[in-house]
Design a protein around this ligand. Structure first.
Ligand SMILES: Cc1ncc(COP(=O)(O)O)c(C=O)c1O
Length: 390
C-alpha cells in the first residue's frame, strides 16, 4: 500500500497523530471538497434546486455504498448514523410477546437500549449469546439456543471497547440455516474489514460513515436484503420512503429507500459517496492486513511502555487496541497523549455494559489505527506513553 499517498490526500495527517479512527477518522481531501462544493452551490441556488442539480450524483452514492459490501443499490438506505440505521431495521420487523431476540455480549449500548425500549411495548425476551473463553460469540452455544421462538439475531461485529471481531459470517450461516432474521451492527467494521453481504448472510447491516469509512460526521447507512424488504414496515414513513394514498392507507417504496425520510443533508450524502468511492480504490485485504499489523505492533509494545495492560479479547483482533494503566487515570492518559499531539479515545462501561460487567472494566484507553497511520507514529506514541507520570 502506498501509505504516503494516502497521507498526502489527508490534510489532518499533517499536524497531529490521529489514533481515534474508531471514533471518527480523518476524511481525504476529496470528501472535504465534495461537501464544500455542494454547500456553496446550495447557498447560491437554493436547497431544492441543488438537490435536483445533483440528482445523478446522489443516485450514484447508493451504487458506491452497495459495491463496498457487494450488495445492490436498491438494498441501501442512506441515514444519519449507525444507531438510526439499527433502530430503523429493528423497529421495522415484527416481534410478538413471548418471542426472543438474541444479542451478543459485545452489544453496543444504544442497540441494547433499543431492545429495552421496545420491550416496554412488547413483552419479548432478550437473551445474550455467551462468548467463548477467547471472548467471541460461542457458536456451539448459539446453535443450542436456536428455537422456533427466535424473532431476531442482532449482534455487534466489532465492539466499542475491544479489538474483538465477532464471527459474523458463522452467525449468518446459523441464522440462514434456521430462517431467522439477522441484524448486524457493522459500525466499526465497515471500511476496516472486507465485508461481503453474501458471506455475512445478514438481512440487515447498520453502519456509520465517520469511522473507518472516512466520511463526514452525520452519515450512516442501512443495508436490507432484497428478499427481506417486503417484510419490513418502517417506523417513520413519509412521502419520500412511501406515499400517503388514502385516509386509511399509505404505500412504501419497493427498495430500502423506504427507510429514509425526505429531509437529509445532500452535502453529507455526497461526502459519504466520495468516501465510499475513495475506499473502493483501496485493496480491502491489503488495507485490513496493514491496519492489523499496526495494531499488533501496538499491542506488543504498549505493555513495555510502563504499567499498561492490553484489554482486547477475541480470536481475531482488528485495528482497535484497548489498554489500561494498572494505576488508573484513563482520562489523564488521554489528556497526556493529546498534549503531545496524539488523538486517542476512551471507552466507557456503558458502551458495552454486558462485557464490561463480565470483565469488571472501568474506563479504558483506546487507540485505533487506519491505513494512513504509520509505525513511526506508533513509536512516537509509545515514547509519549513511557513519559506518562501519575
Ligand atoms: C459498535 C458500535 N455500534 C454502534 C455505534 C453507534 O454509532 P453512531 O454513533 O453512528 O450511531 C457505535 C459508536 O461508537 C459503535 O461503536
Amino acid at each position: 500500500m502506498d501509505i504516503q499517498s494516502y497521507r498526502n490526500d489527508t490534510p489532518g495527517c499533517l499536524d497531529h497523530i490521529h489514533f481515534n479512527n474508531a471514533g471518527a477518522s480523518l476524511p481525504p481531501q476529496v470528501v472535504i471538497e465534495t461537501v464544500k462544493e455542494y454547500l456553496d452551490i446550495e447557498a447560491r441556488i437554493g436547497g431544492y434546486e441543488a438537490m435536483v442539480m445533483f440528482q445523478k450524483k446522489t443516485q450514484k452514492v447508493y451504487h458506491s455504498l452497495a459495491r463496498m459490501i457487494h450488495a445492490k443499490a436498491s438494498e441501501m438506505a442512506i441515514l444519519q448514523s449507525a444507531t438510526q440505521a439499527w433502530y430503523n431495521a429493528f423497529y421495522s420487523m415484527p416481534i410478538r410477546a413471548g418471542q426472543t431476540v438474541l444479542c451478543s455480549e459485545a452489544e453496543y449500548g444504544s442497540n441494547y437500549m433499543g431492545l429495552l425500549r421496545r420491550k416496554k411495548e412488547v413483552d419479548f425476551n432478550i437473551k445474550v449469546i455467551p462468548s467463548d473463553n477467547q471472548g467471541q460469540i460461542d457458536l456451539e452455544i448459539l446453535e443450542k439456543m436456536i428455537s422456533a421462538d427466535i424473532a431476531l439475531i442482532a449482534i455487534t461485529h466489532i465492539p466499542t471497547n475491544s479489538g474483538l471481531v465477532n464471527p459474523a459470517e458463522e452467525v449468518g450461516r446459523i441464522a440462514q440455516k434456521n430462517g431467522i432474521p439477522y441484524l448486524l451492527d457493522a459500525c466499526q467494521s465497515v471500511g476496516q474489514l472486507p465485508l461481503d453481504i453474501s458471506k455475512l448472510g445478514c438481512d440487515f447491516l447498520a453502519a456509520t460513515g465517520r469511522k473507518y469509512l472516512r466520511a463526514p460526521r452525520g452519515t450512516g447507512f442501512l443495508y436490507c436484503r432484497e428478499e427481506m424488504l417486503s417484510r419490513t414496515d418502517p417506523l417513520q414513513p413519509d412521502n419520500w420512503g412511501g406515499q400517503w394514498t388514502s385516509l386509511q392507507e399509505y404505500t412504501l417504496q419497493a427498495g430500502a429507500i423506504r427507510f429514509e425520510n425526505f429531509e437529509k443533508s445532500y452535502a453529507l450524502t455526497l461526502g459519504l459517496g466520495a468516501a465510499a468511492e475513495y475506499h473502493l480504490e483501496t485493496d480491502e485485504e491489503e488495507r485490513y492486513r496493514y491496519i492489523r499489523e499496526l495494531a499488533d505492533y501496538a499491542r506488543k509494545n504498549i505493555p513495555e511502555s510502563g504499567s499498561f495492560e492490553i484489554m482486547d479479547i477475541g480470536k481475531e483482533k482488528c485495528g482497535i487496541v484497548t489498554f489500561r494503566s494498572t494505576n488508573g487515570g484513563a482520562k489523564a492518559i488521554q489528556q497526556h497523549l493529546s498534549d503531545h499531539g496524539i488523538a486517542s479515545s476512551l471507552t466507557f462501561p456503558a458502551g458495552a455494559l454486558i462485557d464490561s460487567q463480565k470483565r469488571g472494566l472501568n474506563d479504558l484507553n483506546r487507540v485505533s489505527f487506519h491505513y494512513y497511520n504509520t509505525k513511526k507514529e506508533i513509536d512516537q506514541f509509545l515514547e509519549v506513553l513511557k513519559n506518562w507520570k501519575y
